[in-house]
Design a protein around this ligand. Structure first.
Ligand SMILES: Nc1ncnc2c1ncn2[C@@H]1O[C@H](COP(=O)(O)OP(=O)(O)OP(=O)(O)O)[C@@H](O)[C@H]1O
Ligand SMILES: [Mg+2]
Length: 243
């Protein structure tokens, strides 16, 4: 990175940081995800995991960083239409060849582990992807029976991702977090964890985001208000949520 960059003209990420694409979030995590880190976004149903993940990919696409979205849950046509609501034209990027949407079964991802990268690796090489999403890791880990094999499989997956020169975002369905903890086999393995909430209080639901961990990063010990706006997810760093 050049020294003495003109300030205030064009936003550039801090050294070794990757903009998340979520307004309000980057300043809370020293400028973004660490480059080539593996991050988890965990939360219950409808908390915004997939929207946040798509937004992370779109941020890259807008900056010329190709991206891959691997999902077990979403159907492409529906997903593209839902994301279009936020003004994200995934089809355009797909046609350009900078975005690849992979509807995979967990078994297919499992076979990537045994093949040592397989199809995904060749897509990454072809597209020069810099961002990858796996939505969700929960369905994948259900393939493994006990905690130990789940953990071993996750570690194998992470080893693969480590070799890809990509910043990764994985989603995890996690409801049991009233105390702000998560219960996946992955929590100690990933570099960063973001928790999303949609909590009912006095008849209203509040959306919120918390950074549970981010290796090598000073994080705020607070939970922030989150809104799903017409342009996607926005975090309000000035509005702390208590519940
Ligand atoms: N265009 C939109 N504008 C505002 N809010 C929206 C819009 N589209 C979806 N939402 C809200 O976002 C929620 C879904 O977000 P998302 O699909 O990212 O959740 P998720 O955490 O991935 O859920 P799941 O666990 O079911 O996969 C919807 O339930 C709805 O409340
Ligand atoms: Mg989802």
């Amino acid at each position: 990175m050049k020294k003495n960059k003109p300030r205030g003209k064009k936003k550039v990420p801090a050294r070794n940081r990757v903009f998340t694409g979520i307004p309000g979030l980057d300043p809370l995590i020293q400028g973004g995800f660490k480059k080539n880190s593996i991050n988890l976004v965990a939360g219950g149903a409808g908390t915004g995991k997939s929207i946040l993940s798509a937004q992370f990919i779109v941020e890259g696409l807008r900056k010329g960083e190709p991206g891959i979205y691997i999902t077990f849950e979403e159907k492409k046509k529906k997903f593209f239409a839902d994301m279009e609501e936020f003004g994200w034209d995934l089809e355009k990027y797909e046609k350009e060849g900078t975005f690849v949407f992979l509807e995979y079964t967990p078994e297919q991802v499992k076979s990537i582990l045994t093949e040592g990268g397989g199809v995904v690796e060749s897509i990454i090489e072809k597209t020069k992807a810099k961002r990858i999403v796996i939505d969700s890791i929960t369905s994948f880990s259900l393939l493994y029976e006990d905690e130990l094999t789940k953990k071993e499989a996750a570690l194998r997956l992470f080893e693969l991702i480590d070799g890809w020169d990509c910043t990764a975002l994985l989603t995890s369905q996690d409801e049991s977090r009233n105390d702000g903890t998560i219960s996946t086999a992955l929590e100690f393995e990933v570099d960063g964890i973001i928790l999303l909430y949609h909590v009912k209080e006095k008849g209203f639901r509040k959306r919120a985001l918390e950074i549970l961990k981010m290796r090598g990063t000073k994080i705020p010990e607070k939970t922030f208000s989150l809104e799903i706006s017409p342009k996607g997810i926005v975090v309000n760093p000035l509005k702390v949520v208590a519940f």
